[in-house]
Design a protein around this ligand. Structure first.
Ligand SMILES: Cc1cc2nc3c(=O)[nH]c(=O)nc-3n(C[C@H](O)[C@H](O)[C@H](O)COP(=O)(O)OP(=O)(O)OC[C@H]3O[C@@H](n4cnc5c(N)ncnc54)[C@H](O)[C@@H]3O)c2cc1C
Length: 450
């Protein structure tokens, strides 16, 4: 007999789990399914493991910055095997704990690859299930690449599980994954090269701060090749020969490892969405602003797999999952609030953003006051020996409100949260400046940035 539910959630990552718990807490009969161990990308293959590995790299970098300032870093090294064990200490228990917590909330936890068979039915490894509502929360996967030899690339999941970090690593694509992993690798003793086909990497971030970050990266041995296209990769007895083209010139070089950092795309191909009459494309499931499928009212989508105005980030997946759940439960059409969502690239130091880019604000015709500070000489950075740090705050002169904020510096991934809160609560810079912060903290630098 086909089992029937009020809601089946496909994908046990942040979006799916938030929605499943919310609906179950309101008495709905809920099942959730994942083809992989429970936990999703962020906890198992993304944000959390990455930042554990970064911690090792941070310590190496911090010690080097204090060389001659009271710290002797000679002989200090990163033990990749032990750092990886430290990572596993966090990630390994996640699936069992998460599944246990869902089951404790009365949710049926299923395993396998789900695919639709009609508008209100799915099949999981041959077993049929029916539901009145579905949430597609299947996340994203690395974008397919076309050049010959692309099958030799490893992806971000493989990188975060490497038993040995080899010396010669190429990162394909100038996005946040390549930059973060290159910054870790450089401090772990490898020689990373980032290849980007465009002239400007990290396009979603402030170009002035990105250039500073690139210079800082060069100083620790990260090579960036811009406007460079990979033409082929061939396996050799000693590694992989990568052929590239730059300004019409062909070049070739050997690496031990080539990592895909060239973007991610919604993971929808296994779902047979056409069988359910769910419209979709390579940007995700087509949903209305309240996250319901535009073509099948039984289906909602949230997180990286949905085509929404939200960035593919964990906090966005969480709040979209909750809004979708609430809309299904209450039969309403509430729209997620995407204002003031901050994002950070966890390089060393980190690069962070909330709100508009300077160019976007100018294109909108905002009467802009750009407050740029080179903060490298400020007390907080002098104290730790950091040489590269800056802030660019974009203020609408007419309202005294922040329309965008861009930060590059140690702990600025925390500092950006203040600016995000100010934007979310619609505070003026005058109100924000009136905040008293503990001194001396990085937060106490905020007033001077405004
Ligand atoms: C290396 C890396 C680093 C990142 N760092 C950050 C960061 O620092 N901060 C941040 O905010 N975001 C970060 N992200 C992005 C963040 O991880 C995602 O935005 C977030 O995890 C998306 O959550 P989700 O619930 O939409 O999907 P996911 O967490 O990806 O979950 C989707 C789940 O669906 C399952 N699934 C897919 N298809 C099927 C099917 N047919 N049947 C059954 N199950 C299926 C998958 O197995 C997966 O477990 C990072 C991503 C990566 C890859």
């Amino acid at each position: 007999m086909t089992r029937s539910y009020d809601l089946i959630v496909i994908g046990a990552g942040m979006a799916g789990v938030s929605a499943a718990n919310k609906c179950a807490s309101q008495g709905w009969n809920v099942a959730i399914v994942d083809a992989l161990p429970y936990g999703g990308t962020c906890a198992l293959r993304g944000c959390d493991p990455k930042k554990i590995l970064r911690r090792g790299a941070e310590i190496i970098d911090s010690a080097r910055l204090m060389r001659g300032k009271g710290i002797d870093d000679e002989g200090l090294s990163l033990n990749w095997t032990d750092l990886m064990k430290h990572k596993h200490g966090f990630t390994d228990p996640v699936p069992r704990n998460m599944e246990g917590s869902l089951a404790g909330n009365g949710i049926d936890t299923l395993h396998g690859l789900a695919r639709f068979t009609d508008k209100t039915s799915i099949e999981i490894d041959g077993t049929p299930y029916h539901a009145t509502h579905f949430l597609i929360a299947t996340g994203a996967r690395p974008r397919p690449l076309e050049f010959p030899g692309h099958e030799h690339l490893v992806d971000s999941t493989d990188f975060l599980d490497l038993e040995i970090l080899p010396p010669r690593i190429m990162f394909v694509g100038g996005g946040f994954i390549s930059f973060e992993f290159a910054h870790i690798s450089a401090r772990a003793g490898s020689a990373p090269v980032i290849v980007d086909r465009g002239a400007r990497p990290l396009k979603a971030f402030d170009p002035d701060l990105v250039e500073l970050l690139i210079t800082r990266g060069t100083g620790v041995g990260i090579e960036l090749q811009r406007s460079t296209t990979i033409t082929a990769i061939e396996q050799t007895p000693t590694g992989y020969q990568v052929s590239v083209e730059r300004s019409g010139q062909a070049e070739s070089r050997e690496f031990d490892l080539i990592v895909h950092g060239a973007g991610r795309t919604p993971d929808l191909s296994s779902l047979d969405l056409d069988a359910a009459g769910v419209a979709w494309d390579e940007r995700g499931v087509h949903v209305a602003a309240h996250l319901q499928s535009t073509t099948n009212p039984a289906v909602y989508a949230a997180g990286d797999s949905a085509n929404t105005p939200g960035m593919p980030l964990t906090p966005v997946a969480v709040f979209e999952g909750k809004v979708a759940a609430s809309n299904m439960l209450k039969r309403i059409t509430a729209v997620p609030d995407y204002a003031g969502v901050p994002t950070a690239v966890f390089t060393i130091p980190e690069l962070a953003r909330v709100g508009m880019l300077e160019q976007e604000a100018r294109d909108e015709g905002i009467d802009l006051d750009v407050r740029y500070s080179d903060t490298s000489g400020w007390y907080s950075n002098y104290r730790i020996g950091e040489t590269t740090a800056a802030a660019k705050i974009l203020i609408d002169r007419s309202s005294d409100r922040i329309v965008g904020a861009h930060l590059l510096g140690p702990e600025y991934g925390e500092l950006i949260n203040f600016l995000a809160l100010a934007m979310k609560l619609d505070l003026t810079t005058r109100q924000l400046k009136s905040m008293t912060t503990a001194y001396p903290t990085v937060g106490s630098d905020l007033g001077s940035m405004l």
